[in-house]
Design a protein around this ligand. Structure first.
Ligand SMILES: O=C(O)c1cc(=O)[nH]c(=O)n1[C@@H]1O[C@H](COP(=O)(O)O)[C@@H](O)[C@H]1O
Length: 320
């Protein structure tokens, strides 16, 4: 799957993921009205509204980008109907040949991680049969529990030719509270600060590179164990790019969180690959920004398409 993602990035010339993070306040009035007329102001009505909204966006952008990233919390807030909307969204994006990154941020003790991995990337045994659960192509993984929390995902990826992105340095304002802490690492930091101490995110990055070395596809330069590093921390991105040369980096934080094309250059390798940039609200709710207000609510999908084209111009011009 990592090679499919790379081929699609090359074909579209757009190292971009559109984040499908719907909330009711983004869904245009005409979609909400139709969904509530059919299902009432219920969880079913809300789930129908976000599914129809997503479908409009996917139809408008699927030819421009290689991948989408539905964030499962945005669907879980609507309970079981929301999860059905998540499943419909994953299936529809796959029909459109998009690579689907399920943003689930899971990670637990080994036996529980195995269930997460099977449910989202693999097949669960039901009697003599094996059935797919959500069946995304990649998922995001939280490494806080260590190797036995991550290996079940690696094992399922190996069997199913799928992939993961492991949180290394997250984009949020307080990510440094824990992730930037200097801890004893038993080796000196390159560039030499205090010998034997490294920030936690560097240690996690080294660990991700080691997991990744065990998970190289039969051909190709990049592992199917990737990393998540926020666009809001370009300096850490530059350091991590060096620590994890064969790791593909998923970079959230562009747009709504303040990341810009110019911040992203060092997330990429010399081959022009190695990173894929996510924007969610900046694309799917573009029509609510002054810049795209001319599209109006009814034109929300066209506004999303225009925002993808602008993002692509920004990133490609900075890379060139
Ligand atoms: O794993 C992620 O995707 C993720 C990691 C991170 O460090 N920061 C981060 O924002 N994300 C996700 O990326 C998306 C960013 O959304 P926007 O800020 O609207 O572009 C959300 O779905 C977040 O959950």
């Amino acid at each position: 799957m990592i090679n499919k993602l790379i081929q699609k990035i090359q074909k579209t010339n757009a190292p971009i993921v559109v984040g499908l993070d719907p909330t009711m306040k983004f869904v245009p009035e005409h979609i909400r009205r139709a969904a509530f007329a059919e299902y009432g102001e219920t969880l079913e009505g809300a789930a129908e509204a976000i599914w129809q909204y997503n479908k409009g966006i996917v139809d408008a952008i699927y030819d421009l980008v290689p991948a989408v990233k539905p964030q499962i919390a945005m669907y879980e807030q609507f309970g079981i109907p929301g999860l059905i909307a998540f499943q419909k969204t994953v299936n529809y994006c796959k029909e459109k040949e998009l690579v689907v990154i399920g943003d689930i941020k899971r990670g637990d003790i080994g036996s529980t991680s195995e269930a997460y991995a099977v449910g989202h990337l693999g097949k669960v045994q039901v009697g003599q049969s094996f059935c797919s659960g959500f069946d995304e192509d990649f998922v995001t993984v939280n490494p806080y529990l260590g190797s036995d929390g991550v290996r079940p995902f690696m094992n399922v990826c190996k069997a199913e030719h799928k992939g993961i992105f492991v949180l290394v340095k997250t984009s949020n304002p307080s990510s440094g509270e824990l992730q930037d802490r200097l801890v004893s690492a038993g080796e000196s930091r390159t560039g030499g600060e205090e010998a034997g101490e490294r920030p936690v995110y560097e240690i996690v990055g080294s660990q991700v590179a080691a997991w990744g070395a065990e998970c190289m596809p039969e051909s190709g330069d990049y592992s199917y164990v990737g990393a998540v590093v926020g666009a809001t921390y370009p300096e850490q991105g530059r350091i991590l790019r060096k620590i994890m040369p064969r790791t593909f980096i998923l970079v959230p934080g562009y747009g709504a969180q303040g990341g810009k094309g110019a911040d992203l250059v060092h997330f990429f390798n010399e081959d022009g690959l190695g990173a894929i940039i996510n924007s969610s609200r900046g694309i799917i709710a573009a029509y609510q920004q002054e810049k795209y207000a001319r599209f109006g609510e009814a034109g929300y999908a066209e506004a999303a398409r225009e925002a993808v084209l602008d993002m692509k111009r920004d990133i490609v011009s900075c890379l060139n």
